[in-house]
Design a protein around this ligand. Structure first.
Ligand code: 13P
Length: 249
């Protein structure tokens, strides 16, 4: 089943109010290419102004806390993000799994909190280079899915992003065959975890997606979109990736 593609930008800890001007052309491209979904996840401080500036463009966060409120200094709840104008949030990005030591169980709790607050959760998984070299890539990702996919996730509320850690920000990407193998394995795991709903959950590829490799990567079976880091920071780079997704239907 071909799912509607989603091209989501993850600005990470980049961007300021001036950078929101990029959203004008990105929002226009989203309208031009109505056959694909587009979203941008800026830093927390830019969510509300981004949502104000581009009301038609889904704006997301890059993390949320698993609790609704309380004594968690420096953290933000899913309901707070929703009130600020977010419609989705990334959870379990490999940079947070590494830097903040987030576990699969925490990532699942964050995803459940996001969905409970009415946000779509993009749950990230992916192996390190050492794990791939050791032949463990599939087992690592399947284990992450076992631990971090919320059982109540649906095609509307849950997205998976496969982001091999060694491909993030490096300009290196897996072969088409390796992407196909991994996405097929993720699809099978989603079916095992979520039943029929698992066929409706989009699986994004992320890691050095650029305008010149987008068609190749987005054309792989079971690649239902892209999670884009560096190339999402400017419309000049991001819009051609949106167009590539649209060209594939
Ligand atoms: P890059 O596209 O910069 O490699 O980042 C990918 C990523 O981590 C998106 O979440």
């Amino acid at each position: 089943m071909a799912l509607r593609k989603l091209v989501a930008g993850n600005w990470k800890m980049n961007g300021d109010r001036a950078a929101l001007a990029e959203l004008d052309a990105i929002a226009a491209a989203a309208v031009d290419h109505g056959g694909v979904d587009v979203a941008v996840c800026p830093p927390f401080t830019l969510i509300a102004p981004a949502a104000d500036r581009a009301p038609g463009l889904p704006i997301g966060a890059q993390d949320c806390h698993q609790n609704a409120k309380g004594a968690h200094t420096g953290c933000i709840s899913a309901a707070m993000l929703k009130e600020a104008g977010a419609r989705l949030t990334i959870v379990g990005h490999s940079e947070r799994r590494a830097d903040q030591h987030e576990t699969d169980a925490e990532v699942r709790a964050k995803a459940e909190a996001a969905i409970g607050a009415g946000l779509t959760a993009i749950v990230c998984v992916g192996e390190t280079e050492a794990q791939r070299d050791a032949g463990q890539a599939l087992a690592i990702v399947e284990g992450q899915l076992d631990g971090s996919v919320p059982p109540a996730g649906t095609g509307d509320t849950l997205v998976i992003a496969y982001e091999p850690v060694w491909a993030i920000g490096t300009g290196r990407t897996p072969s088409v065959a390796d992407v196909a193998e991994m996405h097929a394995a993720i699809r099978a795991k989603l079916a095992a975890l979520l039943g029929e709903e698992g066929a409706k959950v989009r699986i994004l590829y992320g890691g050095s997606v650029k305008p010149d490799n987008a068609v190749e990567l987005l054309g792989v079976a079971d690649v239902d979109g892209a999670l884009v880091g560096g190339a999402s920071l400017t419309a000049a780079q991001f819009v051609p990736i949106i167009a590539a997704a649209a060209s594939l239907g």
